[in-house]
Design a protein around this ligand. Structure first.
Ligand SMILES: C[S@@+](CC[C@H](N)C(=O)[O-])C[C@H]1O[C@@H](n2cnc3c(N)ncnc32)[C@H](O)[C@@H]1O
Length: 288
C-alpha cells in the first residue's frame, strides 16, 4: 500500500538513495544490530506497545520493533521520502509483519499530537533535521505521559573517520567548505558533546541518558563500502550531484584511496561511534 501523504511533503533527495538503502538492508541491519538493541531497550519497547518510528527509512528497525511488540502492538513508520517509505511497507510485508503502518511526514511537522504512543524512536534520522528540537517536540507531543523516546545519531567526526573522510572529500571536490562539522541538518550535527542531552531536555524529557556505542562496519574492501555509499549515502550523493560525472568519479576515487587505510589482512573495517540518546516524557519524579 502506498504511504499516506502529508501536506507540504514533495520529492525529497532521499528518494534517490531509497533503493540503495533498501538493497543494503542486511548490511545496515548487521552494522546497526547492537545499537538497535540498545535503542529498543532504552525506549522500553515491549510486547503490546504502540511505537512511533521516525525517519524509518526502508524499515530495518521498524521490522525489529514490529516483532518485539507482537500482534497486540503496532508501529507507525514515518519518513520524509515517499519512495523509501514505500520500500519500508514492502519490506515489512515481505518480513511477514502485519502491524506496521506508514505515514509520509517531515519529522519536524509530524502532526501526531495526542496520539499517545508508548514509545518513539529514530535511528540515524534526527541529525538530518535542520531544527531537531522541533522533531523532538513533535515526538514528545505524540507520546503518552511517561512514554519513552530513544534516538541514534552519529557522534563526533574523530570517532567516525570514514564518514568524516566522505564528507570532507565530497565538499572539497565540490568546492565547498563547511563552517563547522556540526552544521545543522548534517551527519555530525548532533554529535557535539552535550547537544543531544540539551535538546532532549528542551523538548520536555527527563531521565535523560546519552550513551556512546561503537558500531564498526565490516566489509571485504573499501570498494564495497563505497558501493554502499554511492547508492545509499544521500548526503554525500547530494554534495557531488552538481559535478560532471568525471569529477564525481575523481571524488569517489580520492575517497577510496583514503579509506584503504582501514584495510587489514581480515578485510576492511570502518570504525564508527553512535550515540543513543533517551528520555522519558514528563517531570523527573513522574512515574511511567
Ligand atoms: C540514514 S537513513 C536511516 C533510515 C532508517 N532509520 C535506518 O536506520 O535504516 C535516514 C532517513 O531519514 C529520513 N529523513 C531525513 N530527513 C527527514 C525528516 N526531516 N523527516 C523525516 N525523515 C527524514 C530519510 O528519508 C531517510 O529515510
Amino acid at each position: 500500500m502506498a504511504p499516506t501523504a502529508a501536506a507540504g511533503v514533495q520529492h525529497h533527495p532521499w528518494d534517490k538513495a531509497a533503493e540503495g538503502w533498501s538493497r543494503h538492508s542486511s548490511l545496515v541491519n548487521s552494522w546497526l544490530h547492537d545499537v538497535t538493541v540498545r535503542m529498543l531497550s532504552s525506549a522500553s519497547i515491549a510486547e503490546g506497545g504502540r511505537v512511533l518510528d521516525v525517519a524509518a527509512g526502508a524499515g530495518g528497525q521498524t521490522i525489529d520493533i514490529a516483532r518485539r511488540v507482537g500482534p497486540g502492538g503496532a508501529v507507525l513508520a514515518v519518513d520524509i521520502s515517499a519512495r523509501i517509505l514505500q520500500l519500508a511497507s514492502e519490506n515489512a510485508h515481505a518480513a511477514g509483519v502485519s502491524n506496521v503502518t506508514t505515514q509520509l511526514a517531515d519529522a519536524q511537522q509530524l502532526g501526531l499530537a495526542g496520539a499517545s504512543f508508548d514509545a518513539a524512536v529514530s535511528r540515524l534520522g534526527l541529525m538530518f533535521c535542520p531544527q531537531p528540537v522541533l522533531a523532538l517536540r513533535e515526538m514528545a507531543a505524540a507520546l503518552r505521559p511517561g512514554g519513552r523516546l530513544a534516538a541514534v545519531v552519529f557522534s563526533q567526526p574523530q570517532a567516525n573517520p570514514c564518514v568524516a573522510i566522505l564528507m570532507t572529500t565530497a565538499l572539497r571536490h565540490a568546492g565547498r567548505t563547511a563552517a563547522s562539522p556540526f552544521e545543522p541538518g548534517t551527519l555530525f550535527s548532533l554529535g557535539k558533546p552535550g547537544v543531544l542531552a540539551e535538546l532532549l531536555e528542551l523538548a520536555g524529557f527527563s531521565d535523560i541518558k546519552v550513551e556512546p556505542v561503537t558500531a564498526p562496519m565490516h566489509l571485504p574492501s573499501s570498494r564495497h563500502y563505497l558501493d554502499f555509499i554511492r547508492s545509499s549515502g544521500s548526503p554525500i550523493m547530494e554534495i557531488l550531484a552538481p559535478l560532471p560525472v568525471p569529477a564525481q568519479n575523481d571524488a569517489w576515487a580520492d575517497m577510496e584511496e583514503q579509506l584503504n587505510r582501514f584495510t587489514s589482512a581480515d578485510g576492511w573495517c570502518g570504525p564508527n561511534e553512535l550515540l543513543v540518546g533517551s528520555g522519558r516524557l514528563g517531570a523527573a519524579d513522574a512515574t511511567a
